[in-house]
Design a protein around this ligand. Structure first.
Ligand SMILES: [Zn+2]
Length: 475
């Protein structure tokens, strides 16, 4: 990624702007918060596509509101078929830099202390769906452009604040944008956490199928709702007599005619961070296996599944991998289902480092389980990684460390963000490492989603200064 003529911005560069940036943030503070509230007030979960609203009316309305806001700031705006919008400032060159945030949100869910779509302010925090993910950051990016324009910062590269409308449910907005527009020479996405994420693991989805078992004892087995999460409940219906079966922790049993319903009660969690989770599918499966509630054919399939569920590092399947850049490989079995044709299908979600790949994993798993299960690769996205000493990465991390007075280093992760879809992009903020949420506030995607006002305003300072410094790089 490093280009020979590319040197990172000097640490003192942009210093002449710092005072004005701070003054700008102070003066615009209340207006910024009001504008975040304006976007929170538009419920923008994905809905049924309509004419001019490819992801449903909610995201479209949020885009209209954000573009209106940008025009109020004197910025030019545009959109790609209402899938992705933007505000922009022209530069001397045709190439441009970009930020990318998103205006769609996950559903409100349960457990809120107030209306999720009416932003509340409490003890220095903003509360409401999207304040942190990603409407707050979207407003910050618009204000970053407002500063560049009002202060008359000389721009070699144009700057676009891209506003996606489909980040939470498929990211169909970026391919549509990139198919019709040149890619930015560099892009950062304020959609995860500071300091900076410069790499994401590869991600593949597989299936491990067994059966059909025409004379089997397991009539049904079901667990999980999403392939990318460890399920906390699962159940199987198996030919058995309740009286002959022992109790076990995490498992409940009920007689249903000549069958016993075996339920597992585990601990759910995201596929990218499976540590501490307990997979309910395997609470059920291991019970069936231990109690011999299976035919010899079913037993072989259960033993294949045991290799998957034995460890989330893939050691049971012989696929454990570590490359020194990323955390080690993780694997979880998200859903189990019985298909109409009688086969049982277990899905696998694997997050992998750079020294392996989807095809290789499919082959290795098939080899590990032999004829007891059929393994099939369903989807695969390769890892992406940008060297930590690449000039734009150094420029961003130096800016973050200077403004916050810290000494952080970039990190990598297992989750997927917008960044991997661009030729050269990273995620950069807005959550701070070790920030403690107050008792009344919740995380991104949770109830009472919270963002700290001071943190957001400091992030704006960081983003403005970073955009000024990036102007000095050769792309
Ligand atoms: Zn987000």
């Amino acid at each position: 990624m490093e280009r020979e003529n590319q040197v990172s911005a000097k640490p003192e560069s942009g210093a002449e702007w710092v005072g004005r940036i701070q003054e700008f943030v102070r003066q615009n503070r209340e207006e910024i918060i009001l504008n975040i509230g304006r976007l929170v007030a538009v419920p923008s979960t994905e809905g049924t596509p309509e004419e001019g609203a490819p992801f449903g009316p909610g995201p479209r309305k949020a885009l209209d509101e954000a573009l209106k806001m940008a025009r109020e700031m004197g910025l030019s705006v545009g959109h790609q078929d209402y899938k992705m919008g933007w505000a922009e400032l022209p530069g001397e060159r045709a190439e441009y830099l970009a930020t990318i945030t998103h205006l769609d949100v996950v559903p409100a869910g349960e457990g809120w202390d107030g209306d999720p779509f009416v932003m509340r302010r409490r003890e220095g925090w903003l509360l409401g769906r999207g304040v942190a993910d990603d409407k707050g950051p979207s407003v910050l990016c618009l204000y970053a452009l407002k500063f560049l324009k009002e202060a008359g910062v000389p721009l070699r590269y144009g700057v676009r604040a891209l506003l996606g409308c489909n980040e939470e449910s498929g990211m169909a907005d970026v391919p549509a944008y990139l198919a019709a527009n040149p890619a930015p020479v560099f892009c950062f996405s304020p959609d995860t956490a500071f300091p900076l994420c410069n790499g994401e693991k590869g991600h593949c989805g597989l299936e491990m199928a067994g059966g059909p078992f025409p004379k089997g004892r397991i009539l049904d087995w079901e667990g999980g709702v999403a392939t990318n999460a460890v399920p906390d409940r699962a159940s199987a219906l198996v030919k058995a007599d309740l009286k002959a079966l022992p109790q076990r922790e995490g498992v409940t049993l009920e007689q249903e005619g000549e069958y016993v319903r075996v339920r597992g009660w585990g601990k759910s969690g995201h596929a990218a961070m499976p540590e501490g989770t307990v997979n309910a599918i395997w609470l059920v499966g291991s019970y069936l296996l231990e109690q011999g509630l299976c035919t010899p054919e079913e037993k072989a399939y259960l033993e294949a599944l045991e290799k998957l569920h034995r460890a989330t590092d893939g050691s049971g399947l012989g696929i454990a991998a570590c490359d020194g850049r990323f955390d080690p490989l993780t694997v979880i079995g998200g859903t189990m289902k019985k298909m109409p044709d009688g086969r049982f299908v277990q899905t696998l979600d694997i997050r992998y480092p750079t020294n392996t790949g989807g095809k290789k994993l499919e082959e290795a798993i098939q080899k590990a389980v032999g004829a007891a299960a059929q393994v099939k690769l369903k989807e695969d996205a390769e890892p992406f990684y940008i060297e930590v000493d690449a000039a734009p990465i150094r420029t961003l991390i130096d800016t973050y460390n200077q403004v916050t007075g810290s000494n952080e280093k970039p990190f990598t992760m297992g989750g997927g963000t917008y960044a991997r879809n661009f030729p050269l992009a990273v995620s950069f903020g807005p959550e701070y490492p070790d920030l403690q949420l107050p008792a009344f506030g919740g995380p991104m995607h949770g109830a009472n989603e919270a963002a700290q006002e001071e943190g957001l305003l400091q992030a704006l300072e960081i983003y403005i200064l970073a955009l000024i410094r990036l102007q000095q790089l050769e792309f």
